[in-house]
Every structure is written in structure tokens, then in C-alpha cells.
Design a protein around this ligand. Structure first.
Ligand SMILES: Cc1ncc(COP(=O)(O)O)c(C=O)c1O
Length: 401
């Protein structure tokens, strides 16, 4: 095989993305006030953010961050095992572990990093990691980094998961799943997966990025919503860029497992610890999550309203009861066209295309938050109905014209 220049490889790949309409561009958010964002000089109602409870600009959360930064500075100044582990990190870990009934917790700079760390620290060659096909990319990447055997089962298919586990009898086994699937909004069959992993001596690992704060009593997430505890779900990760409105991720587990990960996971050891001020902000978010149930109640009522109105208008809704409400469109061009029409009508709803979702399953990922109003939700439904109707009338290449 002949050497090829990386610059030529890049050009060829860009061309392939242009041909399949999967070029992605970052949009600059010039200003933000709750769900109103300014983009290209135009104010839009944002239906794409994961700030499910509206905490990212809450005064208590912002002041906790500012105050802590004023005392401790911005950076943590080192990795956790060197000198980057501060009191705010320790307090956040302790409070979260106690809240959810786990022995111990560990704060990472991001959910992605936490998932890489878990797999790389607990699995290796000869072990198996069984995963739902629709798991978030970082769970899949984590298994690849661990050099274990990665086996994927069709979405939410517990019998297939059992077959995958029984087909690999040697070594350690982990079954990893999103609790709420990030692009589909539906929920994993957690109770069945608990039974399955128990009978197969496998560890169940749950990523509750889109459930924590939003679901269950006191916002304790998908595990509590399914009436499960740390006994049945021994390892749980809580990315904090969603309902917590911040950054980082808390991993919860037993003292022995968390201790092992904190001593051996390369993504933890060889990365600067997150800013202590962010940990302080996340402690403030945790207080609000626990003490302000109205945010969850409001979100639940907006989800019900969106689905009722969506069904009335015949929108292609997905079977999701959570804040993630995908509008399934199929091809990339159609998804881009509808997103563009929504933007003209004053709404930001990003088109999601492969490789984020499987080929032929492009969609709009509508996300609802406690800060939206009923009028904004009604307005989005009307705009969607109009855009879908319009797309049937316009020529196929209109969006790119
Ligand atoms: C299920 C899931 N896990 C992990 C992550 C990654 O978390 P982070 O954004 O903190 O890296 C995300 C989203 O970004 C997610 O949806």
C-alpha cells in the first residue's frame, strides 16, 4: 500500500461529507438568556440544549462558581493525585454519594473522560463489555480503549444481551448502558438488565446523563425511578453538563471500585483535575435539584403538552416520555431543510445526522426544559407542522440552495 498525504486524506473525507450532506458546522452563540439565544445576530428560542432544569444560569450556581474562583483561582493546578484535588471536589463527591446511597464517588472533568476511565481501569484483554447499540459514543470508545471484546446488542433487546454475555464465558464481564438514550429519549429496561447481569456475574454500569436531576424522586435519576438502588446498579456515572447545568461527571460506586479507578485509570491520572469552582457550582446545582421539585413538574407538563399537540398535528414523534423528543425524518437533506425552516421561524433545533445516529435515521432532536413556556412549546409545534408541510411542496435541494 502506498503512503498517502494526510492533507489529501482530509480533502477526500471532506468531499465525502459534502456528498452525503453530513458537513457539520459550529454555530456561535453570541448571547444567551435562558432559552433565548442570539445566533448570527438573530434571537431564537433554543430547543436544542441539555439544560433540562434551567440551572446553568441560576444565580446560586453562578455565584457559587464566582465565589469559589475568587478564593481558589480558576485552575486546579494539577491532576488529582498530584495537587489538583481540592476540598470542593471532595465535598461534591461526598454529598452526591450520600444523596444516592453509594459508598464513594469520584469527580471527573467530563462524562466522556469518566467513561473512558471506567472501562480502561476495570476491563482488559480477555474481558468482555456488552453494550446497547444506541449507547453514547464515549461508552463504545471506552471499551475500545480497554482492549476488551466489545459486543453490541440490538437496542433494548435483553435476550440478545443475554446471548452476548453467555457467548463469552471467560474473563470479567460488564454490561454498560445509557439509562435515557441521548438521541432517542427512550429508556433502557434497567430492571431486566439487573436480573440479567446478576445471573451472569457481570457488572452493570449505567450512564444516567439524561436522567439524573430530571427523573425519580428528588431527581435521583433513572435508577431511583426504576426503584433500584446501589445494590442493583453498582456503578453509575452522572455527567453534569445536562440537568446540573455545568461540567464534569460524578462516578458513584463501592469504596473498592472507586478507589481502584482513582488509582489506575489513565484518563483520571493523566488529566488536570477540573476547576474547584466548577465543583462548587455543581454543589449549588445539587441543592436546587433536591429542593425545587417544581422544575421537574413543569418539565413533565411541557413534555406531555408537546406530545399531545405533536400527535394532534401528526408529527413523526418517537416513543419517548423524556425531555428528549426526536422528530424522525430519515434523510439528511430533509432534516437540514426542516431545521432551516424552523430557524427562519425563530427556533433553534439542530439537525442530527450520521454518524451521531445510524444511517437513514436523521432527525431533529427537540429538547424541552423547565424554562420553556407553554406558548413557546405551542409555537414550536406549529412551526414544525408548517415546516413539514412546506418540505413536501419544495424541491429536494432547496435547503442547500
Ligand atoms: C449518555 C451520555 N454519556 C456521556 C456523555 C458525555 O458527557 P460529557 O459531555 O460530560 O463529556 C453524554 C453527552 O455528552 C451523554 O449523552
Amino acid at each position: 500500500m502506498a503512503r498517502i498525504l494526510i492533507s489529501d486524506k482530509v480533502k477526500a473525507e471532506k468531499l465525502a461529507r459534502i456528498n452525503t450532506q453530513s458537513v457539520r458546522q459550529r454555530r456561535i452563540i453570541q448571547a444567551r438568556d435562558g432559552v433565548i439565544v442570539k445566533c448570527d445576530g438573530k434571537e431564537l428560542v433554543n430547543f436544542s440544549s441539555n439544560d433540562y432544569l434551567g440551572l446553568s444560569q441560576h444565580l446560586d450556581v453562578v455565584s457559587a462558581l464566582q465565589e469559589s474562583a475568587a478564593y481558589h483561582g480558576v485552575g486546579s493546578t494539577g491532576s488529582a493525585l498530584v495537587c489538583g484535588y481540592h476540598q470542593e471536589h471532595a465535598s461534591l463527591e461526598k454529598e452526591t454519594a450520600e444523596w444516592l446511597g453509594y459508598e464513594k464517588a469520584l469527580y471527573f472533568g467530563s462524562g466522556y473522560l469518566a467513561n473512558l476511565a471506567v472501562m480502561q481501569s476495570l476491563l482488559g484483554a480477555g474481558d468482555v463489555c456488552v453494550q446497547d447499540k444506541l449507547n453514547h459514543a464515549c461508552l463504545l470508545d471506552g471499551a475500545r480503549l480497554a482492549y476488551c471484546e466489545l459486543k453490541r446488542y440490538p437496542h433494548a433487546d435483553v435476550s440478545a444481551a443475554l446471548r452476548q454475555l453467555t457467548s463469552h464465558r471467560d474473563g470479567a464481564a460488564m454490561l454498560a448502558t445509557d439509562s435515557v438514550f441521548s438521541m432517542d429519549g427512550d429508556m433502557a429496561p434497567l430492571r431486566d438488565l439487573v436480573l440479567l447481569t446478576r445471573t451472569q456475574d457481570a457488572m452493570l454500569y449505567v450512564d444516567d446523563a439524561h436522567g439524573i436531576g430530571v427523573l425519580g424522586p428528588e431527581g435521583r435519576g433513572s435508577v431511583a425511578a426504576a426503584k433500584l438502588t446501589s445494590k442493583e446498579v453498582p456503578l453509575l456515572v452522572l455527567p453534569m453538563g445536562k440537568a446540573f447545568g455545568g461540567q464534569g461527571a460524578i462516578l458513584c460506586g463501592s469504596e473498592a471500585i472507586i478507589g481502584h479507578i482513582s488509582e489506575t485509570a489513565r484518563p483520571y491520572l493523566f488529566s488536570t483535575a477540573p476547576p474547584p469552582a466548577m465543583a462548587a457550582a455543581m454543589r449549588a446545582s445539587l441543592k436546587l435539584i433536591r429542593s425545587e421539585p417544581w422544575r421537574r413538574a413543569k418539565l413533565a407538563s411541557l413534555i406531555a403538552r408537546f406530545r399531545r399537540a405533536g400527535m394532534r398535528h401528526g408529527l413523526p414523534l418517537h416513543d419517548s416520555q423524556t425531555a428528549i423528543q426526536p422528530i424522525m425524518l430519515g434523510n439528511n437533506e430533509k432534516a437540514l431543510k426542516i431545521a432551516k425552516s424552523l430557524e427562519i421561524q425563530g427556533y433553534l433545533v439542530t439537525a442530527i445526522r450520521p454518524p451521531t445516529v445510524p444511517d437513514g435515521q436523521a432527525r431533529l432532536r427537540v429538547t424541552l426544559t423547565a424554562l420553556h413556556t407553554e406558548e413557546q412549546v405551542d409555537g414550536l409545534i406549529k412551526a414544525l407542522a408548517f415546516a413539514l408541510e412546506d418540505s413536501r411542496r419544495l424541491p429536494e435541494n432547496h435547503a442547500e440552495a
